[in-house]
Design a protein. Structure first.
Length: 373
């Protein structure tokens, strides 16, 4: 068979197939397409069991999952929440939605995650929580996070949007903090199109969030509202897709790790191309395989590499902009956010789609080695 070597290779695309259509047809055939269908509760239970935490609450997306988690934990006006400078804007937006003030902290250059050595000097009497973001699938140093949280009596709200299935010391991310959020957007490890999930350890907090998620309405007395709540519910159709995806979660995670291993093996000799540092006590599920260029060694900038890959029909993505340089967040600049800026300027996410074949991966690596020579 003749292989068309110039086909377009996207950076990611959701894995569909399997039983998604069967689940969706069941929703349509029974008429349960909104948030009252049986698949919502089933999806929540499956995710809770997978994460190893007693309570999971589905939401309409990952951003509102973060917001609802913060509000339910009592974080609001007058409070401060520590958050990394290098993350997607949903992290900081959720804090602002709650009425709290974000405190931006730099990240480590070798992991892209929160630099906990820079946190304590930013803690004040107003600091109420830390939001560790497990960027691109790699866990933060949660042992240090827990130590700081205990020392200063702080809450931990994990932003695990990009790290479904990742682990820290054999514990699933999302099960470590007081609450955690996942995103099931179309490009995530598993997807429901849109959608999210909050993980709670405490039943009382979970039940409160469940009421707030549904307009603050009394769970027994219909149309009676005890609180000003939100419409943050997941639909039965979204949950149906999520259940189908969870049926093959092991296969999905295994393929993600295989893709990353291939890149590491084939590109290990490329000077100036650095992968994030993994350790034996962190299981990285590689939502996106992201590398950091040293332009002094590669002889090419990140943007030049992206352009040359584009010419070969290979998609890529830049790393997120640091929050502190964008207009809505300028006032939260805490200074000394050097690594966030460097990684943003020099980081690149390579194609990480589950549909990638070994031929695709070989072509990508060959093109990178030809460009950086």
């Amino acid at each position: 068979m003749k292989i068309k070597m110039n086909k377009f290779i996207p950076i990611y695309e959701p894995l569909f197939g399997g039983n998604e259509s069967n689940y969706l047809n069941e929703c349509i055939d029974t008429g349960w397409i909104s948030s009252k269908g049986e698949f919502v509760n089933k999806f929540e239970r499956v995710v809770a069991d997978f994460i190893g935490s007693p309570y999971a609450l589905s939401t309409s997306n990952g951003t509102v999952a973060l917001h609802l988690a913060l509000v339910t934990l009592g974080i609001g006006e007058g409070d401060e929440v520590i958050v990394p400078d290098l993350t997607f804007a949903a992290s900081i937006n959720a804090i602002i939605y709650s009425g709290a003030t974000p405190v931006l902290v730099d990240v480590k250059k070798d992991t892209f995650n929160l630099d906990f050595s820079k946190i304590e000097k930013l803690i004040t009497s107003k600091t109420k929580a830390i939001m560790p973001v497990h960027l691109y699938g790699l866990s933060c140093d949660m042992d240090i996070c827990l130590e700081i949280a205990e020392k200063y009596n702080l809450l931990i709200v994990e932003d695990a949007a990009e790290s479904f299935g990742s682990e820290f010391r054999n514990q699933k991310l999302g099960s470590i903090g007081h609450a955690a959020s996942f995103s099931f957007f179309g490009n995530k490890t598993i997807t429901t199109g849109e959608g999210g999930m909050i993980i709670f350890k405490d039943e009382e907090t979970y039940l409160k969030a469940k009421v707030l998620r549904d307009h603050g309405m009394d769970p027994v007395k219909t149309y009676w509202h005890n609180f000003v709540g939100y419409n943050y519910r997941m639909t039965n159709m979204q949950a149906a897709i999520g259940l189908a995806q969870m049926e093959r979660i092991d296969e999905i995670l295994e393929k993600k790790i295989e893709i990353a291993s291939y890149y590491k093996s084939e590109l290990k000799g490329v000077s100036g191309l650095n992968f994030v540092v993994d350790t034996e006590y962190k299981k990285n599920t590689y939502w996106l395989v992201t590398v950091l260029l040293d332009p002094d060694k590669t002889g090419i900038t990140r943007d030049q590499l992206r352009e040359k890959l584009k010419e070969k029909n290979i998609d890529s993505r830049p790393v997120f902009y640091p929050l502190h340089i964008m207009p809505p967040y300028l006032k939260y600049d805490s200074g000394n956010l050097i690594n966030s800026k460097y990684i943003s300027e020099n980081g690149i996410s390579l194609p990480s789609s589950l549909s990638l074949s070994e031929i695709d991966l070989a072509r990508i690596c060959a093109e990178i080695k030809t460009i950086i020579s």
